[in-house]
Design a protein around this ligand. Structure first.
Ligand code: BGC
Length: 463
C-alpha cells in the first residue's frame, strides 16, 4: 500500500534529438555544436558522432509504434533548433522541411493517442550562433534568439503541443561552456539560459497560453547529497550547499523569482552575474507550471577546507560514493557514476517539492545494466537490473507522494532506445529498446514491456 502512486500518474519515455535522429545533413538542417564537437575531437566522444545515431529521422513511425506497444501515454522528445532555423538567429530564415518533420512526428503521436512533450533545447545549439557571438556566453544575444526560436515552435506546433520544456539540464550546458576562463564563463552561460528560459516562458504565458492552454516548465538535473559524516555539521552544510550550487543556481531565480542562493554569492562574489530590476519583473511574468526532474543517482558530500579554487563549481565540496563508515550510496549499475539509490531519491523528491512548490514530473530516470555495454542483444533484453531500478524508483515516488506530501505527476523513462550517450559514445545503453547500431534494428527489452504494468499495479493499490 505504502508504495502506491497517484491514480492518474503519467507514464512516458524520453529521448533527445542529437542522440537519436541522425540525418544531420538532410532537408536543410544546419549544423549544431555537437556535430562540430564530435567531428573535430573524435577522441572526446570515443570516436562516435550523431551522423546516423538511431536513424530516427527516417524510422520515427516504427519508434512511435514501439511507444504505443509499451503503453506510453506521453513521449518527451527534443527539437533540433538548427533543423527549424538552420542558422538559429532571430532574423534567419525558417526551414520548412525541418518543421514538416516535427509536424509528422507530432501528428503520428496524436494519432496513436500519445501526448507530445517537447523540449526546446537539449544541448544542440546551432553552430552559427556559437560562431557569431559565442552562444550562451552572450547573455543578451542568446536570449533574443532563443525567444524567437521558442515563438516559432509555439506558432507552428502549439496547436497540438500542450507541454513544453524550455531547457534540458542547463547545469551541464553551463559547466561545459567554458572557452578559456572557467572562473566566470559557467556562471555567464547559466545566466543566459535562465534569462532565455524566462523570456520563452513569458512569451508563452502572454501570447500563447490563453489560446493554446498548455503548460511550460524546465528540466533540471541534480543528485541528492547526504553528509559524508552524519555527525559533522560541516558535512551537513556541504551536502546542502552542493545541492544549492547545482539546483538552486537555476531553481532560485526560476521558481522562487529570487537571486542566486546566498552560498553561491558568498563564494563567487562578483563573478556571479547580477539580476536587474527588469529581470525580476520578467520573472514575475514567467511563471513555470511544473518542475521537470532528471534524476539518476545520489552521493555523499564532504566539506573541503581552505579557500575554494576559482574554477570550483561544486560549492567547495568533495563528492563521494560512500560515507564515513564505508557504506556505498547504492548498488552499482553499468556506469561508474550511477548507483541505484531509491531511498535518497525519495528524500530528493520531498526536498525539491518543499523548496520550490511546483508539481514534479520526472522527465528522465534510468540506467544501463551492469556489463550491458558488452552484451549482445539476447542478453541485453533480459534487463532485470533495469526492471528493479524502475520498480524501486517508482516505489520511492509512491512513498514521497503518499507519506511525505510531495506532488509527483508523472515519470518518463530514459530512454526509449539505446542511443548516443554524448561523450561516452555508443557504449552505455540506457534504452528500454535494444538498438543494433549495425542494422539499426530495434528490439524491446523486458523493461519496456513491464514498465506499464509496474505503474498500473502501483496506481491500483490506492483505489
Ligand atoms: C541527459 C541525457 C543523457 C542522460 C544519461 C541526462 O543528463 O539529459 O541526454 O543521455 O542524462 O547520461
Amino acid at each position: 500500500m505504502s508504495a502506491s502512486l497517484p491514480s492518474n500518474f503519467l507514464l512516458g519515455f524520453a529521448t533527445a534529438s542529437y542522440q537519436i535522429e541522425g540525418a544531420v545533413d538532410e532537408d536543410g538542417r544546419g549544423k549544431s555544436i555537437w556535430d562540430t564537437y564530435c567531428h573535430l575531437e573524435p577522441t572526446r566522444t570515443k570516436g562516435a558522432n550523431g551522423d546516423v545515431a538511431c536513424d530516427h529521422y527516417h524510422r520515427f513511425e516504427e519508434d512511435l509504434d514501439l511507444l504505443q506497444r509499451y503503453g506510453a501515454q506521453a513521449y518527451r522528445f527534443s527539437i533540433s533548433w538548427s533543423r527549424v532555423i538552420p542558422k538559429g538567429g532571430r532574423d534567419d530564415p525558417l526551414n520548412e522541411a525541418g518543421i514538416s518533420f516535427y509536424n509528422r512526428l507530432i501528428d503520428g503521436l496524436i494519432a496513436r493517442g500519445i501526448t507530445p512533450w517537447v523540449t526546446l533545447y537539449h544541448w544542440d545549439l546551432p553552430q552559427e550562433l556559437h560562431d557569431r557571438y559565442g552562444g550562451w556566453l552572450d547573455v543578451q544575444e542568446s536570449q533574443a534568439d532563443f525567444e524567437r526560436y521558442a515563438r516559432v515552435c509555439y506558432e507552428r506546433f502549439g496547436d497540438r503541443v500542450r507541454k513544453w520544456i524550455t531547457f534540458n539540464e542547463p547545469w551541464i550546458q553551463s559547466i561545459f561552456s567554458s572557452e578559456g576562463d572557467s572562473s566566470t564563463e559557467p556562471w555567464i552561460a547559466g545566466h543566459a539560459q535562465i534569462m532565455s528560459h524566462a523570456r520563452a516562458v513569458a512569451a508563452y504565458n502572454r501570447d500563447f497560453k490563453p489560446r493554446q492552454g498548455g503548460q511550460i516548465g524546465i528540466s533540471l538535473n541534480g543528485d541528492f547529497f547526504e553528509p559524508w559524516d552524519s555527525e559533522d555539521p560541516l558535512d551537513a552544510e556541504a551536502a546542502e550547499r552542493r545541492m544549492q550550487f547545482h539546483i538552486g543556481w537555476f531553481a532560485n531565480p526560476i521558481f522562487l523569482k529570487q537571486d542566486y542562493p546566498a552560498c553561491m554569492r558568498q563564494q563567487l562574489e562578483s563573478r556571479l552575474p547580477k539580476f536587474t530590476e527588469a529581470d525580476f519583473a520578467l520573472f514575475q511574468e514567467a511563471e513555470s507550471d511544473f518542475y521537470g526532474m532528471n534524476y539518476y543517482t545520489s552521493q555523499y558530500a564532504r566539506h573541503r577546507t581552505g579557500a575554494p579554487s576559482k574554477d570550483d563549481y561544486l560549492g567547495s565540496v568533495e563528492e563521494l560514493q560512500w560515507n564515513k563508515q564505508g557504506r556505498s550510496a547504492g548498488e552499482a549499475s553499468g556506469l561508474h557514476w550511477l548507483l541505484s539509490c531509491p531511498e535518497m531519491f525519495r528524500k530528493h523528491l520531498t526536498r525539491v517539492y518543499k523548496l520550490y512548490g511546483k508539481p514534479i514530473y520526472i522527465t528522465e530516470n534510468g540506467c544501463p545494466c551492469p556489463g550491458e555495454d558488452n552484451m549482445m542483444r539476447e542478453e541485453s533484453v533480459k534487463d532485470d537490473y533495469r526492471c528493479r531500478y524502475f520498480a524501486d524508483h517508482l516505489d520511492a515516488i509512491g512513498r514521497s507522494t503518499r507519506e511525505d506530501g510531495a506532488v509527483v505527476k508523472g515519470y518518463f523513462a530514459w530512454s526509449l532506445m539505446d542511443n548516443l550517450e554524448w561523450s561516452d559514445g555508443y557504449g552505455p545503453r540506457f534504452g528500454v529498446t535494444f538498438t543494433d547500431y549495425e542494422t539499426l534494428e530495434r528490439t524491446p527489452k523486458n523493461s519496456a514491456l513491464l514498465l506499464k504494468n509496474m505503474v498500473k499495479v502501483r496506481c491500483q493499490s490506492v483505489q
